[in-house]
Design a protein around this ligand. Structure first.
Ligand SMILES: Cc1ncc(COP(=O)(O)O)c(C=O)c1O
Length: 429
């Protein structure tokens, strides 16, 4: 029996676990019916255009294996050889203490050269890397101006920022200008601090490129540094594949260029490139790397191989774009709304509730053998559904034709109310 302070507290204090069990969160609330199917599905087989889901062959449109490097024979061999030579342990410790190697430094030098920057720093993961870089770069007097639809890792980086932050409406350069004016006024009042603008090269959900060229042009009016997360542009945009800055002809205006290896590179890790003196500063101040074990050697050697292929085989990017155009033009010709994408990311916008969206996805998977991701409320407003298709260099014309046919038929069913159900289908298991 609780006595004294414990008894008093019992009246006002919630049990953390009880609270979580009662409210599983906006997506977690569907867990019992969705787990293993709509959420946490397991795709089997070699990564590619066709994989198995619950024993059935599917055309897969949900992997960011843009250039098809995941299963490239040279990549598989480099990964296997490096793992045999070094294992996953090497090197042990953080880079700063004992975990550095010539391969790590070679990859950093090659990435910097590819991005036309002086230097770069490797990060173990994109998410914690950029978050921690934001923390390292900005102090309490600095102001961060950022796009409203920035990826969660940028938003979490902002949460670490002790100073002011001003958000501009998504890809709205006029509003960015306004926020820069506010930020400049604040700094003038404080008599200290600087401005960091953060945006993305390609917004991964809608596929629209960040307005980098226009933001860079604002440097004529305001003093600021620009950090760009180009997770979806790296390897897919620009003549050489160097990303959205190269595509828009403003790579020089990007002060810090960031990308994960989780997409075009089909791997793990990330990097940030920029002026040597600033990259050195980050190297010695970024907490997520200083206090964490360095990227294991097979990832570093595997990433060197991927970068070599990405640089030397532009036909992979050409094939990706040829597939993306066929898919996007085919959808548009059939009357689908694919929004404002100007990248290979292909969203399809429809109207419907969460249960309806899941019933349609089930039909797509079970009867048409199409596996794609859906985005629903609360990630986007109620009543909207986004199907998100990611074309890759390894998709075929047959994959595209079958998919266009499947979407045409299922959209007709959606419009006819065929998928109206009360609850999301119970597919857990
Ligand atoms: C825009 C963007 N930034 C950062 C990340 C995080 O990268 P990582 O998967 O390497 O943690 C992602 C997702 O992978 C992303 O889409």
């Amino acid at each position: 029996m609780a006595t004294g302070i414990n008894a008093r507290n019992k009246k006002i204090m919630a049990d953390i676990f009880e609270k979580l069990i009662k409210n599983q969160g906006p997506l977690g609330q569907h867990r019992e019916r969705a787990h293993g199917y709509f959420a946490f599905p397991k795709l089997d087989g070699e990564i590619g255009n066709r994989m198995k889901f619950r024993g059935k062959d599917m055309i897969v449109w949900s992997l960011n294996n843009y250039l098809g490097l995941a299963n490239h024979p040279e990549v598989r061999k480099a990964d296997a050889d490096a793992t045999a030579d070094y294992g996953l342990a090497t090197p042990m410790g953080a880079r700063m203490m004992s975990g550095n190697s010539n391969y790590h430094e070679q990859l950093e030098a090659e990435l910097a050269a590819f991005e036309q920057k002086e230097d770069s720093i490797l990060m173990n993961y994109g998410y914690q890397g950029i978050m921690s870089a934001i923390d390292a770069l900005c102090g309490r007097h600095d102001v961060i101006v950022y796009d409203a639809e920035s990826h969660a890792c940028i938003i979490d980086g902002l949460r670490l920022h002790p100073g002011h932050r001003y958000v501009f409406k998504h890809n709205d350069v006029e509003d960015c200008d306004k926020q820069l004016e506010r930020a400049t006024a604040l700094i003038e009042k404080q008599k200290t601090g600087g401005i960091l603008v953060i945006t993305e090269g390609v917004f991964g959900m809608a596929g629209d490129q960040g307005k980098l060229k226009e933001i860079v042009a604002l440097k004529g009016k305001y003093d600021f540094r620009l950090l760009v997360d180009d997770a979806h542009g790296f390897g897919t945009l620009g003549e050489t594949g160097a990303g959205a800055g190269e595509e828009q002809g403003c790579q020089d205006g990007i002060d810090l260029y960031f990308s994960t290896f989780a997409k075009s590179m089909a791997s793990i890790g990330a990097f940030m490139a920029g002026p040597k003196v600033i990259i050195d500063y980050i190297r010695y101040n970024i907490r997520s790397q200083i206090f964490a074990k360095s990227l294991p050697m097979p990832f570093v050697i595997g990433n060197l191989k991927r970068l070599e292929l990405l640089r030397n085989h532009r036909e992979l990017k050409d094939k990706l774009w040829s597939n993306a155009r066929k898919l996007q033009e085919g959808l548009k010709a059939r009357g689908f709304d694919i929004g404002k994408t100007d990248s290979v990311v292909t969203p399809i916008y429809m109207k419907g509730g969460v249960p309806e969206a899941t019933a349609m996805v089930m039909d797509l998977r079970e009867n048409y053998r199409i596996f794609c991701s859906i985005v629903v409320y609360p990630v986007i407003p109620k009543g909207h559904i986004i199907y998100r298709l990611i074309p890759t260099a390894v998709h075929t014309d047959t994959d595209i034709e079958e998919t266009l046919k499947a979407f045409t038929e299922t959209k007709e069913k959606l419009d006819a109310g065929h998928y109206k159900v009360e609850l999301i289908p119970d597919m857990a298991g």
